[in-house]
Ligand binder design. Structure first.
Ligand SMILES: *Cc1c(COP(=O)(O)O)cnc(C)c1O
Length: 435
């Protein structure tokens, strides 16, 4: 028997009682009631079907309501939905660990499963601090990062988000103060310019004695500005971190699992960090699950220091339902020519979004893998642009000056045409004021 909900969603209740991400309870933006999602379409309560351009924030790479992923959850549900991970283990966790270790480059092979992307960043930072503590360098506690980054909403993760968009002044005194350098200025497809890493090099030279780790999103800076930068930056960063005895952490939470055209964005640079965070697409968008994967050296050093263990262990660690669906999602990727799919999407996004580049008020149009970005001069008018996109039959959620697409990999060409056309028309209305 399936659970039945009363007919007609109580949007008034929602408005008065439920927080949505980054919203006001005094003047909440309109929300659209969803009753189902299948493949690349989201079905609204009023019967309208929207083509999904967001993959529910990078995560639903195989589309919604996928029979293989559904079966993985229901099969696991019939065995157990959860048991504690302290002192117990189960097949979904082992199989997921095995797959992650196989996918990630050596020597990243010690897997900590955690609840969400933000938590996986917390875990990475904790690993870095415990690592230096174990090495007898407890003064190495600071993090060094680049501006325009986004690493999550918990406090330590927030401390390495862009200080302006992350509103650091609002939380000053509570937020750990980290070191920031200019965002990588050399674009993805530009010839390398050593100037781009100058600021980073100066900070490492000056402060390495206090720095535990550098943390960056490799190649693609996501929610902090949707910027694509030169993979050469990561190669130089790897050299500098080694030279100055600082750990390197890559946050692949948005970029992991094929989104940029490589399984992990770090593969564009052929560079391996000491610790990597993955999340978002890990479960194909079914559940919250993330992982922090460290090298054997980092894991063993931590374990050999005081207090001889890693100080983290959430209640729902390695939740079997989430692990089972993650295994199934990685299995789907493995059985699917996602490289061709992503490169086909890349071509369609390039072509489909190109008309925006000529519009006044558009600063830049850029595409990498299955990510397409239109950057405007001025911030969009959120409530109105959202409605106009929905009226055109697409689900696209702009933020600030950015209108961007990152569709599920299973999207078809004609659906991509509808998406890019809707974005072009909406951007034209936005910049010409014809809304
Ligand atoms: C989304 C994101 C996070 C935070 O993940 P949550 O699951 O939302 O906590 C961290 N880093 C990057 C790069 C992200 O895109």
């Amino acid at each position: 028997m399936s659970q039945s909900f009363p007919k007609g969603m109580d949007l008034d209740f929602d408005r008065h009682h439920l927080w949505h991400p980054y919203t006001s309870m005094l003047e909440p933006l309109p929300v659209y009631p969803v009753v189902g999602a299948r493949g690349v379409t989201i079905e609204l309560e009023d019967g309208r079907r929207l083509i999904d351009g967001m993959s529910s924030w990078w995560s639903a790479i195989h589309g919604y309501n996928h029979p293989v992923l559904n079966r993985a959850v229901s099969d696991q549900l019939g065995r157990m939905s959860h048991v504690m991970f302290g002192g117990l283990v189960h097949e979904p966790a082992i199989e997921l660990g095995r797959r992650l270790v196989a996918l990630l480059p050596d020597p990243l092979d010690r897997v900590f499963l955690c609840d969400s992307g933000s938590v996986s960043v917390e875990v990475a930072v904790k690993m870095a601090l415990q690592y230096w503590h174990a090495r007898g360098r407890p003064e190495k506690q600071r993090l060094l990062t680049v501006r325009s980054g986004y690493h999550g909403d918990t406090f330590m993760a927030m401390s390495v988000c862009d200080p302006v968009t992350g509103m650091h002044s609002l939380f000053s005194g509570v937020l750990p103060e980290q070191l920031f350098v200019e965002a990588p200025s050399c674009r993805f497809d530009e010839p390398w310019n050593e100037e781009a890493i100058h600021d980073m090099r100066l900070q490492l030279e000056a402060h390495a004695g206090r720095i535990a780790a550098v943390i960056v999103e490799p190649v693609v800076q996501g929610a902090g500005g949707m910027r694509f930068y030169s993979p050469r930056y990561l190669q130089r960063l790897r050299e500098l971190c080694a030279e100055h005895d600082v750990l390197l952490v890559f946050d692949e939470i948005a970029t992991g699992f094929g989104r940029t055209g490589r399984m992990f964005a770090m593969e564009h640079a052929a560079v391996v960090p000491d610790i990597v965070c993955v999340g978002k697409a890990l479960t194909g968008g079914y559940m919250s699950l993330a992982a922090t994967v460290a090298s054997g050296h980092v894991a063993d050093t931590i374990s050999g220091g005081e207090p001889g263990l890693f100080m983290h262990g959430p209640t729902f660690m390695a939740n079997p339902l989430a692990c089972a669906v993650a295994v199934a999602s990685l299995g789907l990727l493995d059985a699917f020519d996602w490289q061709s799919a992503v490169s086909r999407i890349e071509g369609k996004l390039r072509k489909g979004l190109a008309p925006c580049a000529a519009m006044p008020g558009v600063v830049d149009v850029r595409v990498l893998g299955a990510i397409g970005v239109v950057e405007l001069e001025r911030p969009v008018e959120m409530a109105s642009i959202q409605k106009r996109l929905v009226d055109k039959g697409v689900w696209v959620r702009p933020f600030g000056r950015l209108v961007y697409l990152m569709p599920p990999y299973v999207i078809m060409d004609d659906e991509l045409d509808i998406l890019t056309l809707a974005v072009c028309e909406t951007v034209r209305e936005e910049v010409t004021g014809t809304r």
